[in-house]
Ligand binder design. Structure first.
Ligand SMILES: Nc1ncnc2c1ncn2[C@@H]1O[C@H](COP(=O)(O)OP(=O)(O)OP(=O)(O)O)[C@@H](O)[C@H]1O
Length: 266
């Protein structure tokens, strides 16, 4: 049985079409990068897969069931098996980093343990280990509002490393990091998913990183899947067509003089 399956899925935000007729199957343990221009529908796709949004057309199969046929409590249990990494992690500003990381397992803990951990961090060693993998162990007791955007993104990733979910959905997880840290953080995420046979989907604007780190690339444009192929088969023409922007009359060509692939950032 596939880990994820979208069958003719469509979604509109109010009057604004975001996804249309999306067909997609992803097997357990796959690592997939989703690329495409701004407004293509990548975040909407990830939010549908996280069961934060309900498809308005078509059908979603998520970890072996239709989340929208489950009771609210069963859907909560299903969501505890999913780790979501946000571009701007929605962490309470005054929360300590250690508490933010440990909150990754709130969905797996009893109410009592979860409340206790919010008041006094119960597994400081576990949180420190997850942060150390992202070179952030020295921030364990820092407040979240004292971190930079890239550091906050690393806290969001550490939280999912600590959670150890079956499915990781990452929406622009390294967009605020410098190139060296971005490569390192994505590498940690991919290696962790591989080690646990977890499934990983990440939307990325850094095309070069996507192709370097992920074996399968899905190009989304105007709410539709434009291509879905192994990273080794993605060609410059695929990227030119994916990112073509008729409204930017001064746009530079996507292909620089010699490189095999262009780093495209929107
Ligand atoms: N809350 C919302 N209300 C109205 N329209 C929305 C909302 N969220 C997204 N949209 C629209 O849905 C479409 C897809 O948006 P989405 O955020 O999924 O794109 P994206 O590919 O993630 O973009 P980006 O790369 O800029 O983050 C866009 O046209 C966007 O304007």
């Amino acid at each position: 049985m596939p880990e994820l399956r979208l069958d003719g899925v469509g979604f509109r935000h109010g009057g604004q079409a975001a996804l249309d007729g999306v067909e997609l199957t992803i097997a357990r343990g796959e690592q997939v990068a989703i690329i495409g221009p701004s407004g293509a529908g990548k975040t909407t796709l990830l939010r549908l897969l996280a069961s934060h949004l309900q498809p308005q057309q078509g059908h979603l199969d998520l970890l072996g069931c239709d989340p929208w046929r489950l009771s609210a409590s069963a859907r909560r249990r299903l969501r505890a098996r999913i780790g979501m990494i946000h571009q701007a992690p929605p962490l309470p500003p005054r929360q300590r980093v250690v508490t933010a990381v440990l909150a990754g397992r709130l969905g797996q803990w009893s109410l009592g343990r979860g409340l206790a951990s919010l008041v006094y961090p119960l597994d400081k060693v576990g949180a420190a280990e997850a942060l150390a993998r992202l070179d952030l162990a020295d921030k364990l007791y820092e407040r979240c509002d004292q971190l930079s955007g890239g550091q906050l993104q690393r806290v969001g990733i550490a939280r999912v490393l600590y959670q150890q979910p079956e499915l990781v959905l990452a929406d622009e997880p390294v967009s605020a990091m410098d190139p060296v840290l971005a490569r390192h953080a994505l590498g940690v995420l991919c290696a962790d998913a591989h080690r646990r046979d977890a499934t990983l989907l990440a939307s990325l604007h850094a095309v070069e990183l996507a192709i370097e780190q992920f074996p399968r690339i899905i190009g989304v444009r105007a709410g539709r899947i434009q291509f879905d192929k192994p990273a080794a088969d993605v060609e410059v023409a695929d990227l030119d067509a994916l990112y073509a922007n008729d409204q930017l009359v001064t746009a530079q060509p996507l292909l620089p003089v010699n490189p095999q692939l262009h780093v495209s950032r929107c």
